[in-house]
Design a protein around this ligand. Structure first.
Ligand code: ADP
Ligand code: MG
Length: 698
């Protein structure tokens, strides 16, 4: 098949709907998708039937309401299309009701107290703005997969999609008010667009299966660095090895079938690290697609005897993985609100939206940081790796200069503009500053979009985008309110830009975010630097957060609390798994192996001395090993005690803190002993594959 035929062949997309739905039904569907007009039951029945016929023709036997619980991964329960008949046969059926709503047994999903135990039910509701598609597996099983939102009996969001959809509505409403105030009477919807770049590692399956830390925790909890790392800078954008490009080709084919626009692929900085980026799309679709991308990456890898690692930091000493979340806003007229215009009128609009984001990010940096807080991501943010835990905005020199001048009421001398103080509408066209990309910034303006670089590679992007949309909605709301009241819109716009820059300009930083000086400078500017998840998550339960999310009806206080609890618990559970894995490996793999080697050395010393030859090398090695072994045994006991104590801690936050302050640190000390041992014990006797095997044998 041609590429253009493969693409979207498993999607119930616009083309299929046009072909298969009666004209009226098709138009009703379009109204619902594009204008949020509620879907009537008659329409739903017709759509469901067409969907079923299409799916069955393509080999489907089952359908599923596919949803995104707070675990961060997706969930699905399959039901077949069959319905028994009286004569002992079956017919295939799929009603509008089955399409629109489902009721999976949801008692085993985390709800953070949102569901009483007697009311375990959760409901799924069709998100018809994200296309329904077919999931297929290698054996040829096909499932009609319906993207849904997941909520409780009382309508509380039990998932990551519901708040995202609510935030999209909020930001659209407020952005439209700004546009109206600026004289746009035609746009009817503003949509956040998202393009997430996904980083990942590949490892040979046979090595992976020999490492229970990789299998159970997703990262190497032990492992001495290989003699070579990423210092030669020979991997980034390097020629892709055949085995990997075979994998990528297979991955692309699978993604394209599901209508996912896999576009860019390349080697990343670290050995055995790669990146894939799709073309941006509507935020909820991009989120669904990113979940599918992660799932498909892992599934396809196995077919190639590879394992795809999505953890933020599988290996120490080399780069970890993240997700660059590119975000912008577009109108239903096709305009990008963050595109610097060519005409003065567009400039006002652009500068207003950019300044709104400056204000939003400065005001709610803590919330954005919280959306990126996971145990895995702690190894990147604030741990000496890109980006730092400090949120700042890279604006580029040129834009910063323009804002600086407006704020001071100065003439824009470089461009020879006449006056900037009176009306912003006299500004020159703003050049698109694409060249000066700053790779170290946590939130960078890259020409016509912002790029949040803090999201973890294994995370759902739903939370960060819901937060971005909501903080944007708040800033737009304030701007719209001022513009609507103003007699002179231009003068007011100028004042808004001036004030935003003066008050929130501290968040702009165009320099090197890795530099030590920046940490000090950021502190002087009063920018938060929250280094770990436990502290970062607290931003979800402040009065500021309650006010923000309740005002725009994205998350209630209760829903925020539930997320806070669940993420805090998940953090503790994650480190608990790591600690138990570490204990297991040390007790049952490393100590026995080291003892065996020590015994071998002792034997060798005996053999040497029995023929009157001294054995200083073996003696020296044996002493070093014995000392490291003793130290590791002590650190093992410390870790076991710390875990036991943390497990006994009742309070969720105290518990997470215990894992962070005692368990994690004990694990690090234990690692240090074991990694030193790995470097002197015979490779043949080391019980697990080392970094050279894991990173360089693809
Ligand atoms: P890089 O930042 O690595 O240079 P690209 O310029 O290729 O990467 O873009 C990265 C991602 O940004 C892609 O997924 C792309 O589709 C997305 N992107 C481009 N324009 C927008 C936009 N207006 N809104 C959201 N994402 C966008
Ligand atoms: Mg990028």
């Amino acid at each position: 098949m041609e590429l253009t035929e493969i693409f979207g062949s498993n999607v119930f997309n616009d083309k299929v709907m046009k072909e298969r739905l009666p004209k009226q039904v098709y138009e009703a569907m379009k109204e619902t998708i594009e204008k949020d007009v509620p879907l009537g039951p008659d329409v739903a029945d017709v759509v469901a039937n067409a969907m079923k016929d299409w799916a069955i023709e393509k080999g489907a036997t089952h359908y599923t309401h596919w949803f995104q619980p707070l675990t961060g991964v997706t969930a699905e329960k399959h039901d077949s299309f069959i319905s028994p008949t009286e004569d002992g046969g079956v017919i295939v059926e799929f009603s509008g009701k089955q399409l629109i709503q489902g009721e999976p047994d949801a008692s085993s999903f985390p709800s953070g107290g949102l569901r009483a135990t007697f009311e375990a039910r959760g409901y799924t509701a069709w998100d018809c703005t994200s296309p329904t598609f077919l999931k297929t597996d290698e054996a040829g099983n096909v499932t009609l997969t319906i993207p849904t939102a997941f909520y409780s009996y009382n309508g509380e969001a039990l998932d990551k999609k519901t708040p995202l959809l609510r935030s999209m509505k909020a930001v659209s409403k407020q952005a439209l008010r700004v546009l109206r105030a600026l004289g746009n009477t035609t746009a009817t919807k503003v949509t956040p667009t998202v393009g997430p770049e996904q980083e990942y590692f590949l490892v040979d399956k046979k090595f992976y299966l020999d490492r229970i830390d990789l299998m159970l925790a997703g990262r190497t909890i032990f492992g001495a660095p290989a003699p070579k790392g990423q210092e030669l800078e020979d991997q980034y954008f390097g020629a892709i090895k055949d085995r990997v490009s075979d994998y990528m080709a297979d991955l692309n084919a699978e993604l394209w079938k599901m209508g996912i626009t896999s576009k860019t692929e390349h080697n990343e900085v670290a050995p055995a690290q790669y990146e894939m980026a799709p073309v941006f799309t509507t935020a909820n679709i991009a989120t669904d697609h990113n979940q599918l991308i992660m799932e498909t990456m892992q599934k396809v890898a196995l077919r190639h005897d590879l394992v795809c690692l999505l953890h933020e930091k599988p290996y120490v000493g080399i780069n970890g993985s993240g997700k660059h979340n590119n975000w912008s806003l577009s109108t239903d007229e096709g305009g990008n609100l963050l595109e610097p215009g060519r005409t003065p009128g567009e400039n006002v609009q652009f500068l207003l939206f950019v300044c709104a984001m400056i204000k939003a990010v400065d005001t709610h940096a803590d919330i954005l940081r919280a959306t990126c807080a996971t145990a895995g991501n702690d190894h990147r943010l604030g741990a000496g790796e890109a980006p730092p835990a400090i949120i700042s905005i890279f604006m580029g020199e040129e834009l910063t200069e323009i804002l600086e001048k407006i704020s001071k009421g100065e003439k824009n001398s470089t461009k020879g503009a006449r006056f900037v103080t009176v009306g912003v509408d006299t500004l020159p066209a703003i050049p698109r500053d694409n060249t000066d990309r700053n790779r170290t910034s946590s939130f960078a303006f890259t020409g016509n979009k912002f790029e949040l670089r803090m999201v973890g590679s294994a995370q759902s992007i739903a939370g960060s985008n819901a937060a971005l949309n909501t903080i944007a909605a708040e800033a737009f709301d304030e701007i719209a309110t001022r513009l609507e009241k103003a007699d002179d819109t231009n003068a007011e716009a100028a004042a808004i830009i001036r004030e935003a820059y003066k008050k929130h300009g501290r968040i702009i930083f165009n320099g090197n975010n890795y530099a030590e000086d920046w940490v000090k400078e950021a502190e002087k500017r009063g920018l938060p630097n929250v280094r770990d998840s436990v502290d970062a998550l607290k931003a979800f339960v402040t009065d500021k957060a309650f006010c923000l999310f309740e005002k725009y009806e994205v998350l209630s206080r209760k829903e925020l609390h539930s997320r806070y609890d669940i993420y805090m618990e998940t953090y503790a559970k994650q480190i608990n798994i790591e600690a138990l894995t570490a204990i297991d490996m040390v007790k049952r793999q490393f100590i026995p192996a080291v003892t065996e080697y020590a015994t071998f050395l002792a034997g060798s010393i005996g053999s040497f001395t029995s023929v009157s030859i001294s054995a200083p090398v073996q003696e020296d090695l044996l002493k070093k090993i014995a000392s490291l072994l003793a130290s590791s045994y002590k650190n093992l006991a410390r870790l076991e005690a710390a875990v036991a104590k943390a497990q006994r801690t009742e309070d969720t936050v105290r518990k997470a803190e215990a894992y962070r302050d005692r368990v994690f640190t004990a694990m690090q000390d234990l690692r240090s002993d074991i990694d030193s041992l790995e470097m002197i014990v015979s490779k043949n006797m080391w019980p697990v594959p080392g970094y050279t095997d894991l990173l360089f044998k693809l």
